[in-house]
Design a protein around this ligand. Sequence first.
Ligand code: PGA
Length: 250
Amino acid sequence: MKKMMAANWKMYKNRFEARMMLQDLLYLAKGLPEDREVVIFPPFTLLGTVSEELQGVSVYSLGGQDVYPAAEGAFTGEIAPGMLQDCGCAWVLTGHSERRHILGESDEFVGKKTAFSLESGLGVVLCVGETLEQREAGELSAVLARQMLSGLASVAVDLAPARLCIAYEPVWAIGTGKVAGPKEILEAHAEVRKCLEEKFLDNGNKIRILYGGSVKPENAAEILQLDNVNGVLVGGASLQAETFSQIILS
Ligand code: PGA
């Protein structure tokens, strides 16, 4: 099982900055271990540019940060799975906490996006994670179980496990510089694994679980060694080639 090293560029970079960053990254991250796969999630406006820069570099692939659950239609501003594939995307993010909390996406809508993207042939990284208030109220397991159940509600049980990843991203650790400690990561990833095994039986063990939330060059190696951590989803530190190359090589 390859570890997925995912870069979430959020709403950053223009075409020039994206080209420069990727050229530096490919140079700095030469000798990437065989057991690593890198996925770049740029804003929609950069999909063409990133796809061109990564042409022929087999360990790198491309993903969309969001998707609408329909093949086409009158949905102004939205992007269909087939459009992402047309731009070279193999992956899409669903349920990112910024979409749940800033854009108000419901668990149910996240579930629709997840199932429709998988049916359309995209791989999905479904993001889950609790807020600080939920954690302090002892609701970690309940929140993760709810987000997993509704996120995966319409996903076929015989899904090929390589096509789905879950990213555990505690909301209080995203972009805050506060990283979850090993104990907190182990506990949450074990909960996610339990939900995956309940839904997908033996295949639940083959689905990758990524950690995200203030991953940096200084903490990536330690996080990647933990049980049930099969990759990382990196925001801020994925924007610079220097920091992201150190993370993917750790
Ligand atoms: P961060 O973001 O690494 O900047 O905390 C992670 C994410 O939002 O995916």
